[in-house]
Design a protein around this ligand. Sequence first.
Ligand SMILES: Nc1nc2c(ncn2[C@@H]2O[C@H](COP(=O)(O)OP(=O)(O)OP(=O)(O)O)[C@@H](O)[C@H]2O)c(=O)[nH]1
Length: 309
Amino acid sequence: MEFPTTIPALPTSPEGFRSGFVALIGRPNVGKSTLLNQLVGEKVAITSPVAQTTRNRLRAILTTETAQLVLLDTPGIHKPHHLLGERLVQSARRAIGEVDVVLLLVDGSEPAGRGDGFIVEMLQHCSAPVHLALNKNDLVDPARTEELAQSYRELVPGWPLHPVSALNGAGTSELVAALAADLPEGPHLYPPDAVSDQPEQLLLAELIREQVLHQTREEIPHSVAVQIERIVDDGPRTAVLATVLVERSSQKGILIGKGGRMLKEIGSGARQQMQKLIDGPVYLELFVKVVPNWRRSAARLSELGYRGE
Ligand SMILES: Nc1nc2c(ncn2[C@@H]2O[C@H](COP(=O)(O)OP(=O)(O)OP(=O)(O)O)[C@@H](O)[C@H]2O)c(=O)[nH]1
């Protein structure tokens, strides 16, 4: 694990303080991004009702009185269909090998299924302790809680189980305490008020991609990537120039919309989120570019930051 070389103003950590890395693993759409945002209390990971929106290993940093957890958000695990899919799985595997604790998140409103077996198998060989969080507990009829929990207990005997709702925060402080207890004793790794070590550029790109997914729903699948071309901080406002890459010209048409209306909606939604993140006015200019088969092009993937092995 790499540590930053320059760390501004780290406090003296109290005796018994714990710190370390937690990998967040789970199938697509179980609520990993929602949980990260709930834990950290600021928007660090994008969420979407469409599965498979998390592409980057986004680190969120959570500091409590007694511990600091550095969370790695890994892409949803699934069977890879193309090169991008394979890189997502590689990235999840790498995350598991590098951390102090693994948190496996499942949709606890459904009983354990075959897809969960695939991940459990993958985690059997992992030396770090694994915790299982049963998410979406808010959707569960209390009369079924025990039956659902039992189906997971049978799948992973001995792993600690935590019912949570990433949406409303129920059970999350107990979850954090349990994860922190499994971290080694150690000092702060980041300043206590840090929430992410991701470059601002990546966060901004993710906010645009989130709007594309929200506004276009199924019409534009995952063949979209965002490149931030330039960020100019000219005093009163921050100007952001970004390009949205799609694979086909029909997708470009949908993204731009009639009279440019769709792109305007996307831009305006993204700009509002950016202003919250930056805490100041933002000017956003968006371009749409067709790059056929960008998902299959290894060079392009590396340029966009999806590292292979
Ligand atoms: N009711 C309920 N819905 C939730 C909860 N957590 C997440 N969701 C919803 O589930 C959907 C998927 O959540 P995400 O956080 O994007 O899921 P993810 O695991 O990051 O998805 P990928 O990026 O595809 O890996 C969204 O519509 C969330 O609002 C929860 O605790 N309760």
